[in-house]
Design a protein around this ligand. Structure first.
Ligand SMILES: [Zn+2]
Length: 114
């Protein structure tokens, strides 16, 4: 999925846009860091460390996953920073639509890249 940017601010950088609707009202939701067999998660002002690699975006590669929620369409925009053969890749993808979560039926997570 192609990254989309809005206005450039000389101090803050480029505004990120929602991959679903294109608006620029993305709010940080969670960050996960994968390092070998460890996952570090930060979500809802809490940090945790565990070995749950079920949602690791690249099974054999270390990296970083950032979840942003669009304040307009409630879709997640996911960003991945992945290390492979000494190089670093930036990737993005549309995540879950969180609208169902408000009605008790969240969509299953399907953001893994194989
Ligand atoms: Zn959106």
């Amino acid at each position: 999925m192609q990254l989309q940017f809005g206005k450039h601010d000389s101090t803050l950088g480029n505004q990120l846009k929602c991959l679903t609707c294109g608006c620029d009202y993305l709010q940080h939701h969670a960050t996960e860091i994968y390092d070998t067999n460890i996952r570090v998660s930060v979500e809802d002002s809490k940090a945790s460390i565990d070995t749950d690699l079920a949602n690791k975006p690249f099974q054999n590669l270390d990296g970083l996953k950032i979840r942003l929620i669009c304040n307009v369409c409630l879709h997640e925009t996911l960003f991945f920073l992945v290390q492979f053969n000494g190089r670093t890749y930036l990737n993005s993808r549309i995540g879950r639509n969180l609208m169902g979560a408000f009605y008790g039926q969240p969509e299953p997570e399907h953001d893994s890249i194989s």
